[in-house]
Design a protein. Sequence first.
Length: 462
Amino acid sequence: MEPLKFVRAGKWLVPLRDPLAKWFRGLSLKQHLLLTVLMPFLLASVAIPLFFRLTGDAHSRSIEDAARERGLAIVQLLAPAAEFGIAVRSPAHLDHLLQTVLDQQDVVAVTIYSHAGEVIAEGGRAEVATPSLIVTTTRARLIEARNGRISFAAPVTSAPVAFDDVEAAGLSADAPLAQDTMGWVYVELDTHASAQRENSAILFFLLLALVTLLFSACSALHLAHKVDEPLAHLARAVRRMLDGDVDASVPVDAVSPELQSLQDGVNALGRAIANLQGTMHRRIEETTGILAYQVRHDPLTGLSNRRAFEEALDEAMSASRRASDQSALCFMDLDHFKLVNDAGGHAAGDALLCEIAMLIQHRLRTQDLICRIGGDEFALILRGCTRDDAKCITMSLCEAIAALSFYWEDECFKVSVSIGVTLIDETATSKMDLLKAADAACYSAKRHGRNQVVVHQGARLA
């Protein structure tokens, strides 16, 4: 116990204190300043490795957690965006999706599987992919994390509304709609790049701090009494930059050209960081906007897709309950569209769909919404619309489409449309009931001769 008491009392320093004080007093001003500058280098050479050794695991976990959140967000956006490409096996659409996702930070591999578990599109090089785990996934989730790579998968599901095949399949018009898994999307992220970027940023700021110390030492040797305040400004600006304030700047008022250049350099660095940050934010916003647009819009016609249609239908139902605002839901199914596809091919069918989409858009009001929900099927939500107004608008659309002459390779095609209408008001009990009612009305229009409008009125059709 006696030796421990000796250490705690600090008595072991007494023999060293006087010699150290005498040696320190014998140093010149230049040696004092050099010692003051060199001591941080000596301490940093010990502290920095120790710091990274102690915080390395926590730093790696934070990078991995961020990558997991980003990966889940990507597959959740990619799954609905890939629905159309899987359904029609469109290489151009799928390649565009793959390239968009591969452009995201840290994404190194993307694969799209069919419902049979076959690869129909892939980009990058996957290292930890396990197909058996991917094709059994029922929701967006993390699959594996190994060797610095994290993999994610999500199912691509679809609940199509079909009109032409109801009678052929022997199903009732009121039969419930099934939701099937069309395939899966797989995304793999590499966390090594993020770790390297963060480590580079840390080293960059450490080097910047060391350079600042070196300049302060040189300035202290020559103009110690004149440069204290400018150096204090520089130190504060650097700390603000390290804290994330990229707008930090210092006045260029030093007495020496060298210090003025240093002040200009710090200001230029702050502006460069601010510009880089702004550029990165703009690119992220642009990419996010593109993905968000693709999730909610049909890539062929540019109309809103089924996801946007269901959201708008929910909003219309809420408005009808909240403010007694009446709207109308319309299902449109083109008649004789298959003849155009068979005669002119899919290119002709696509061109006809675009032309009809534009025709419908020009004849609707600004508050109305048109969506493409299937191959040749469209849905309308006519907001603030009575039964008579809805029938008038849809009859006008029937006449306009029937009068349309579509030319393809010197051949003229005529098509028409069957429309089913149901009202969205406070009596609507559920979204499924509205969809069934509009579906039944549209089916009745096709069954009774096509090219007409049928309005669903409670338990009967008119």
